[in-house]
Design a protein around this ligand. Structure first.
Ligand SMILES: Cc1ncc(COP(=O)(O)O)c(C=O)c1O
Length: 427
């Protein structure tokens, strides 16, 4: 009897990794599709958790990786300069509104967050970093100190960084932490935040926030909240650190979600969709801030890796041809979902920005009690019909729709059809 990879993996792989599916095995991927070891073709609406922004194995990205792998895989940027990270920096600089940023490249979102925390503390000389309850910023110990989307991520690891605070709730209008009505609250949340920060502001190096809450449930922060947060940071001389690991690199229809708010960060963390699946994280900061980070104060063996950075360059080139479609595709998907799920008993909130879309499931529309079991059923039934779709949410009751940004309308329609058919059977 042939053992499944799950069975074989039990002997050699750590059990620590949480899994969305246990028996889903793939052998390859192309465009919007994953090809299963069972011979089936799966439409991928998960994109490796928001990573394969150009789809699987985009030929331009693959060619860039192949070519670079034949020339130079590693020598450490601390030993010798090579061109790809410099080109990637130049390209990113062009994309950012004020063109006034420079970059530290590493391997992951968590490392981009670590670098952001260290940079903020180092250059301000202040100890505290404030983040929002419900946020996800990664799992390395510094990043974990700011991660609160689920208790289990932190259990067993305390004490974490002492000089952080994550007690102020993320402003989620559908589940307003203060039970206010978003239509009449008059920005209660940001006024409350201003009072919260006052006593610690002189010790606070930076405030970190995901402009669109990711693992916490795909919730865009209210516009006025982000604008006033920027103003508070300016007034109190605190650095605004935006975590765009999930919302960045075109996912929301703009290169970065902060552009929707007409603000700019002091420090910006990027990863996931930037390199189509090659490990690449970026800590971006205003040049005058980066200039205060003295040589040797941070570093790493693999940072600025030639293969990862060429994948980043190729990814940006591909996305330049598709980014204008992202908002349109996202609005189309949102309309389809809202129109078809109006009467569905268990869909509480349907929201999204670009191709970062969420359907939140509730047992009852009045009580809004989260319906986690249904999310699990929907994920499994979609998978059995050839659609990969995954969950998120502080309450674990949200399905997120994050297809590749290169997706064509017919594939988007096909995936939505499968999702809606599964929901109709579970209404
Ligand atoms: C907003 C955000 N920040 C940080 C991270 C951590 O990134 P990584 O898993 O690459 O370390 C994630 C990962 O999901 C994320 O969504």
């Amino acid at each position: 009897m042939i053992k499944s990879l799950n069975e074989r993996g039990k002997d050699v792989l750590s059990p620590v990794l949480g899994r969305y599916f246990t028996e889903f095995e793939v052998s390859s991927g192309k465009g919007c599709y994953l090809y299963g070891r069972d011979g089936k073709k799966y439409l991928d609406f998960a994109s490796g958790i928001g990573v394969t922004s150009t789809g699987h194995c985009h030929p331009e990205v693959v060619n860039a990786i192949k070519k670079q792998a034949e020339e130079l895989i590693h020598t450490c940027i601390g030993i010798a300069f090579y061109e790809p990270p410099v080109i990637l920096g130049e390209k990113l600089q062009e994309l950012l509104p004020s063109k006034n940023y420079s970059f530290f490249f590493n391997q992951s979102g968590s490392e981009a967050i670590e670098a952001s925390i260290k940079l903020a503390k180092y250059i301000t000389g202040k100890p505290h970093i404030i983040a929002f309850k419900g946020g996800f910023h990664g799992r390395s110990l510094g990043a974990l100190s700011l991660t609160t989307s689920k208790d289990k991520y932190r259990e067993g690891y305390t004490p974490l960084l002492e000089e952080t605070s994550v007690s102020f709730p993320y402003p989620r209008c559908y589940r307003c932490p203060w039970n206010k009505d978003p239509d009449s609250c008059n920005t209660y949340c940001i006024d409350a935040f201003e009072k919260f920060i006052e006593p610690v502001s002189s010790k606070t190096a930076g405030i970190m926030i995901e402009p669109v809450l990711g693992e916490g449930g795909y919730v865009p922060a209210p516009e006025i909240f982000m604008r006033k947060l920027r103003r508070i940071c300016d007034d109190k001389k605190i650095l605004l650190i935006l975590d765009e690991v999930q919302s960045g690199t075109g996912r929301t229809g703009k290169w970065f979600a902060f552009e929707h708010y007409n603000i700019e960060p002091d420090i910006l963390a990027i990863a996931k969709g930037i390199a189509s699946g090659m490990p690449l994280g970026v800590c971006a900061a205003k040049k005058e801030l980066m200039a205060k980070w003295t040589p040797g104060a941070h570093g790493g063996t693999y940072g600025s890796n030639p293969v990862s950075t060429v994948a980043g360059i190729a990814t940006l080139e591909v996305l330049k041809k598709h980014i204008h479609n992202v908002q349109e595709s996202g609005s189309y998907a949102l309309d389809v979902l809202r129109n078809n799920l109006k009467e569905h008993r268990f869909t509480g909130d349907i929201r999204g920005i670009g191709l970062m879309i969420a359907v939140e499931f509730v047992k009852d529309k009045d009580s809004r009690e989260p319906y986690q079991d249904l999310v699990r059923t929907v994920m499994n039934e979609c998978l059995s019909r050839g659609l990969v779709i995954i969950s998120c949410g502080i309450e674990d009751n949200v399905i997120r729709i994050i297809p590749p940004l290169t997706i064509e309308k017919k594939e988007l329609e096909r995936g939505l059809d499968i999702f809606l058919a599964v929901l109709n059977e579970n209404s």
